[in-house]
Design a protein around this ligand. Structure first.
Ligand code: GLN
Length: 199
């Protein structure tokens, strides 16, 4: 099955995601214009600055294209700022796109630990479980609440760090900064699974 993954390339860590997807042997393309997502099978919204990404999405008219992509059941993976963009409730701010039923708080890990890494146990399925994943957190958001249909895929010290609701996958950490491509492989498996269902 031929899979095409688009990586939103308006701002943030998109090059690293492109490399990670290619490392999995899958086609990856930088997305700079809304029309470009139409022929993609999956989309990654990278980390960066969620306020900037949101502004650029609006400026370039992405909303309708993203809504269609989401409603068709095509998978979207948001990391860090990308997770904030996809969420339906941001503490003290205007809601995100609302594709996943989570409440988040931006920059919620205190100043001293702006950035840190931790070996975490993820529940990846698709035969991708095994050793721990080295997760890098950079001014990460905290997931405060999730809806009943949200599947929790990883926790650190009681905080949810990775989750999925149907075709939407989110992580508060940056898997694209690691050589370990299992999180990207998980997303690719998700695309294959949902594509098969849709055919
Ligand atoms: N602090 C950023 C925000 O709130 C997210 C940081 C990141 O993506 N690494 O948008």
């Amino acid at each position: 099955m031929e899979i095409k993954v688009g990586v939103l390339a308006l701002q943030g860590a998109f090059r690293e995601h492109i490399n990670a997807v290619r490392k999995c042997g899958v086609y990856a393309k930088e997305i700079k214009l809304p029309e470009q997502i139409t022929c993609m099978d999956g989309l990654i919204i990278p980390g960066g600055e969620s306020t900037t990404i949101n502004k650029l999405l609006k400026k370039y008219g992405f909303k309708t294209y993203l809504d269609n992509f989401y409603k068709k059941g095509k998978p979207i993976f948001g990391t860090c700022a990308g997770l904030i963009v996809l969420s339906n409730d941001i503490k003290g701010e205007k809601a995100g796109l609302g594709y996943i039923d989570i409440t988040v708080e931006r920059n919620a890990y205190g100043r001293q630990i702006d950035s840190f890494e931790e070996s975490v146990n993820l529940n990846l399925n698709y035969n991708l479980n095994g050793k721990n994943f080295n997760a890098v957190f950079i001014r990460a958001p905290r997931i405060l609440k999730v809806g009943g249909n949200v599947k929790i895929l990883g926790k650190l010290n009681g905080n949810i760090i990775m989750a999925r609701e149907n075709n939407i996958l989110v992580s508060v950490f940056h898997p694209e900064l690691e050589d370990d491509t299992r999180v990207h492989q998980y997303f690719i498996e998700m695309i294959k699974e949902l594509k098969k269902k849709g055919d």
